[in-house]
Design a protein around this ligand. Structure first.
Ligand code: SF4
Ligand code: SF4
Length: 90
C-alpha cells in the first residue's frame, strides 16, 4: 500500500500533521497552482496501514484519513515487484 494526498482535494489545513504518531505528514513548503501548501510525506512507507493492511485485511490506524475534512488521504495498491533484466554493454 502507498499513502497519498489528493492535491485537488487538500486545502492545506495541516490537521494531518498533528495526528500521525509517526510524524509522516510535515507542513509543506511551497504553494501549488491553487495557492495551497500541501503537506509533504516523510518516509510514508513507515505508516502502519501501508505496512500491515494486507497482512491484517483491514485499515490499521487511519487517524489521518479520519481527521482530514476533505477526504484527501487514501492508500493505493502498489504493483508487485517485477524483476527486470538489465542488459549491460561492455
Ligand atoms: S494511518 Fe496512522 S500511521 Fe499511517 S499516516 Fe495516517 S496517522 Fe500516520
Ligand atoms: S488534513 Fe486533509 S486537507 Fe488538511 S492538510 Fe491534511 S490532507 Fe490536506
Amino acid at each position: 500500500m502507498r499513502l497519498q494526498i489528493d492535491e485537488h482535494r487538500c486545502k492545506g489545513c495541516n490537521l494531518c500533521t498533528l495526528v500521525c504518531p509517526y510524524r509522516i505528514f510535515k507542513p509543506g513548503k511551497q504553494a501549488n497552482r491553487r495557492g495551497v501548501v500541501i503537506p509533504e510525506l516523510d518516509r510514508p512507507e513507515r505508516c502502519a496501514n501501508c505496512r500491515l493492511r494486507n497482512l491484517y485485511g483491514r485499515t490499521l490506524c487511519g487517524t489521518c484519513q479520519m481527521i482530514c475534512p476533505d477526504q484527501a488521504i487514501s492508500w493505493v495498491e502498489e504493483d508487485a515487484h517485477v524483476p527486470k533484466k538489465v542488459a549491460i554493454e561492455y
